[in-house]
Design a protein around this ligand. Structure first.
Ligand code: 1CP
Length: 373
């Protein structure tokens, strides 16, 4: 079921304070640069015409053309050179009729301007991790124009190249997930060091989480200004937290970002990976779309999130390794589940695996776009 009652739209933005307005109408269609893009319409709960789809990590190593570029350039060069990041972002759209492009960057991209020294090997490695009160002094909240100027240039060229029906997604990490990496110094299974720091040094942790939130506000606003039609916040590690920990250490800083975006007319997706147990709390966040991993059925997620939030997801990335028959059966199940939610953007439940056969992706996109026709 889709709600078309908001089609008229006003020129007010996300912060629209018209007391008579639909409280769900954070963003009006009339404020979008690409009002016909099915992805954006689904984000706002409007009839998209077909179930729109894109795939997390759609530009990446499963594509031979990406691997070819990687022979000549490392990840940092690819993601920090406007021409190259534009080319890589568009690679999957040249092969598949995706409904959205996601800019080729990383959740670590803005951290450099906060004073963190980051390499990719291939996961992020932070040379100067934040370990406590002694590191508060060297923490910077950068000026907006200091954050990834090459990304701004890349987004401008992407926005100019994309046709009106394909949306451009900008993104950031959520404060808790970024906190995990900058305290740990890289990836981890359980992020014990950051989770201990939350208890041992609550004030320093709070200072870092606040600085991370404020930097993401600048970073996301810049991306919208440069041409991103929609924004997404990845919270990849909140699955480690109980609901009570989530409400204390993670959720307020996500809301702090959302408050900082209140006047930005772009739908916002929040993806609490592994956060099926957190959806009651997530329902209280002021977001338009919630990303769901494959462990929670979309109808259940939507029921817990309540009216007014679209869902995104949630095919298990492993389904792309199955026979075409099984792949289509699993995709149908996701589509049936999504149809029971208010509004649905099809995606995987996490990033695509680098060993995936691109022909399977082509099959999936055709199948999703043909569904219901
Ligand atoms: O060698 C390479 O190709 C580098 C691998 C790579 C890529 C392709 C990294 C290092 N980052 C990226 C791009 C990236 N990262 C995108 C691009 C847009 C897309 O096509 O989707 C996005 C959205 C991200 C987001 C990201 N980076 C997340 C959130 C999503 C998730 O996977 O949970 C996280 C946690 C990161 C950190 C990161 N960066 C790179 C890696 C390998 C990792 C994971 C590190 C770990 O193991 O914890």
């Amino acid at each position: 079921m889709t709600d078309t009652s908001r089609e008229g739209g006003s020129t007010s933005g996300r912060a629209a304070a018209d007391p008579g307005a639909d409280p769900r109408a954070r963003v009006e269609l009339a404020d979008l640069r690409r009002p016909e893009a099915p992805y954006l319409r689904a984000c706002l709960g409007l009839d998209p015409g077909h179930v729109p789809m894109w795939i997390m990590r759609q530009a990446g190593r499963y594509l031979p053309e990406y691997r070819k570029l990687k022979e000549s350039y490392d990840f940092l060069t690819l993601s920090s050179t406007p021409e190259l990041l534009t080319e890589v972002t568009l690679q999957p759209l040249k092969r598949f009729p995706m409904d959205a492009a996601i800019v080729f960057a990383d959740i670590m991209t803005p951290l450099h301007s906060m004073g963190f020294d980051i390499d990719f090997a291939p996961g992020p490695v932070i040379q100067n991790p934040f370990r406590g009160p002694a590191d508060v002094g060297s923490l910077r909240t950068p000026e907006p124009e200091e954050i990834a100027p090459y990304l701004e240039e890349g987004l401008r060229s992407l926005a100019a190249e994309l046709p009106p029906h394909q949306a451009l997604i900008g993104f950031s990490g959520a404060p808790f997930t970024l906190f995990c990496y900058v305290v740990e110094g890289g990836g981890s299974k359980d992020f014990m060091t950051p989770r201990s720091l939350l208890r041992a040094e609550p004030e320093a942790a709070h200072t870092l989480l606040s600085a991370l939130a404020d930097t993401q506000v600048h970073y996301l606003r810049m991306q919208h200004r440069a041409g991103a039609d929609a924004l997404m916040i990845f919270d990849s590690w909140v699955g480690l937290l109980s609901e009570s920990e989530y409400r204390h250490f993670a959720m307020p800083f996500v809301q702090r970002i959302l408050d900082g975006l209140a006047d930005v007319p772009a739908p916002v997706t929040y993806f609490p990976f592994g956060g099926g147990h957190l959806l009651d709390a997530v329902s209280e966040l002021d977001v338009d779309v919630v990303g769901i991993d494959w462990r929670t059925p979309l109808s259940e997620a939507s029921g817990r999130l309540g009216d007014g939030k679209a869902v995104q997801g949630n095919l298990d990335p492993a389904a792309l390794f199955a026979t075409p028959g099984i792949l289509e059966a699993e995709a149908s199940e996701v589509l049936r589940e999504g149809a029971q939610a208010g509004s649905h953007v099809f995606n995987l439940g996490h990033g695509i695996d680098r060993r995936t056969d691109p022909d399977q992706v082509a099959r999936l996109v055709d199948f999703v776009h043909g569904w219901g026709r």
